[in-house]
Design a protein. Structure first.
Length: 156
């Protein structure tokens, strides 16, 4: 399913998975996923594990969660301890069931368009604290890699 969606957008699943996995490694988290948006719909596009895929599907199914809020608000959304969440109940339950204790989501842009979000997931609470700037920088580089542009030219 992700293959068809992203192929329609001009990206191959393997290429997206490589971008997501490199982002995961750079941030230093356990799992990562990419949610793709087009217009009013969103769909998981690539994920490094079934846990990340389940988290991204849960967000898309109910229309709420850190990645979707990162897209809507165009800013990083960080959750230091998922067990403390009082909002996003489906995301909270899915994360805890999958052993995820903290997360960070950042919007992903291609050119001037927001095309999705990168979600980073950790099995440790507070593991992603202070990683927002790094994650935003990585998302900028990921968007540039997807378009062949340099990050600096995308900001102009």
């Amino acid at each position: 399913m992700a293959d068809d969606t992203m192929a329609a957008s001009g990206f191959e699943y393997g290429e997206l998975l490589s971008v997501v996995d490199r982002a995961r490694q750079a941030v230093g988290c356990d799992e990562a996923g990419l949610i793709h948006v087009r217009g009013a719909w969103s769909m998981p596009a690539a994920h490094t594990s079934e846990v990340a895929g389940a988290l991204d599907r849960a967000q898309c199914d109910v229309g709420e969660g850190p990645s979707l809020d990162a897209i809507r608000q165009l800013q990083a959304m960080s959750v230091a301890d998922v067990s403390d969440l009082t909002w996003w109940p489906v995301f909270r339950r899915t994360a805890l069931d999958g052993g995820v204790k903290s997360c960070l989501a950042v919007p992903l842009t291609v050119g001037s368009d927001v095309v999705g979000a990168l979600g980073f997931y950790s099995r440790e609470a507070n593991a992603l604290a202070g990683s927002e700037e790094l994650a935003l920088h990585i998302a900028d580089k990921a968007g540039a890699a997807m378009t062949g542009e340099s990050p600096a030219s995308r900001r102009d």
